[in-house]
Ligand binder design. Sequence first.
Ligand code: C2E
Ligand code: MG
Ligand code: MG
Length: 249
Amino acid sequence: MLAGLHEALQKSEFELFYQPELHVETGQLSAAEALLRWRHPTFGLVMPLDFIPLLEQSGLIIPVGYWVIETACQQLKDWTEGGLVLSSVSVNIAPQQLLQDDFVAKVKMIINKSDIDPGSLIMEITESTFMKNSQLAINTLVKIREIGIKIAIDDFGTGYSSLSYLRKLPLDILKIDRSFVIDSETEAGAAICEMLILLANRLKLKVVAEGVETEQQFDILKKSDWIQGYLISRPLSVADFYQKLSEGK
Ligand code: C2E
Ligand code: MG
Ligand code: MG
């Protein structure tokens, strides 16, 4: 697999799928998260959890990570020109990416090249970003935010010191982890979800609920700003995404 991954970028085997997110207030699918896929010639479509660890261990996540940012920005531009109304596209950023000296400069170049509003790009990071060299990562985030790009904390609540990160990090968005959403069907789980939304509101963060699969979960999490999950839509190929959104489904 590693040998295949080394060549995958040149061979154009990577692809981004996009999962629509529902803006609760307007009822519009007006945001999307870009999710990496590897279209392998013999294995077929390989999912990120099966190859992202290899990309991270080998350092390939750096070039692939730039490819993801560039492709998502270009896609947003193309869709906007094609008549879709999208307020943002999110990309997932691995911890190592933020530790690159030239990360901010390269991201600026990508934004300029694709000519999108930096405020329509969201970078999703996880708490694991801050386990090593956290000050350097925080400094990079501050500079990224100065460009206008928004920062989301992904899988929130699954790490060890989530609450303290909320105070330390320059953030715009909190993504409630799917494990809380699943648990929201219990009384205690619902209490935690409600508390997380209130907390985020007080901290002036927008909230995305991840992995919403049922009407019952939707009902408890509808006070979030955005709902993402199979109930709304699975991640879609570029063509399917365009079709779904242009039909206004
Ligand atoms: P994530 O960023 O938390 O992305 C959400 C994951 O949850 C996606 O899995 C998505 O397909 C899945 N999901 C969304 N709604 C539901 C739902 O209702 N039910 C269930 N069961 N799952 C749902 P996916 O695409 O397999 O990605 C897994 C993880 O791989 C991502 O989690 C992210 O951490 C990582 N990843 C994906 N693309 C990239 C990338 O370009 N760069 C980096 N560094 N990591 C990536
Ligand atoms: Mg994510
Ligand atoms: Mg997540």
